[in-house]
Design a binder for this molecule. Sequence first.
Ligand SMILES: [Zn+2]
Length: 264
Amino acid sequence: MNFTKIILYKEPAISEINIEKLTKFLEDNFPFEVKIEENIFKKFDLKNIKELSNTRITDIRNSFSKYDSNDTEIKFEEKLCRNSSIMDSTTKIEDAQEISQVFMYDGFELQKILRYLNEDNETLQVILTNRLTCTFDENDKRYHARAVICANPSIISTTGIVEAPAKPKEYYFEVMKLRTQGLDIKSAKEKYKDKFLEYNDKRLTKILEGYLLQIIFYNITGESFCEDIECRLNNAHWQKDLLFSQLEISKLCKKHNEILTSLN
Ligand SMILES: [Zn+2]
């Protein structure tokens, strides 16, 4: 696909996202016009809101079936659309007694709702959101959190970036131990803070650059990810790999760098 323009829709609830930096990153690396738009969900009408609420996942062990939202849920979804920072008041994965308490959305179904944005083939639309996107994996028959849905429109979930790549195993053991002792998990978080991203992490903007690259490469070449861990297109399954590729290495492998050069 030959894009001439990228539209990036903001997520205002996450103040750590430096949109000017992301704009500059895109302008410096690609020959596209970059346009910034307000949060997409703010503009949703009631029909969109209802559809959005119906993409929620309540059972992670079954593939998607349309959720039948009640009026209270639709009203709450509307509130979330108007003010996405309300998402902070919902249950986070680490605090959930049961996973169904967490607000999760089917990423592909959400993508379908957003397709109305596509006006032409020359514009790539990228939605930033703090909604947690998940996709069903046919191999292990369950939903998994996803940081990015590569398509057009594409979706980057800031919650997915925190929750999808796994934290160190030792961290989970330590959390479990503290929980059984009835203790706060803060000490474990402090001990492993350099090993994974937190909500409202200052490193988020730099990490987002990597996901933007993955989206752009997917839409241009049809391949989203790179096997090379020393490449920003690497699909990290672990937080430590994500931090390594995006922060320590922070560049593309030779092959992908050549593709990038050829675009300019
Ligand atoms: Zn690569």
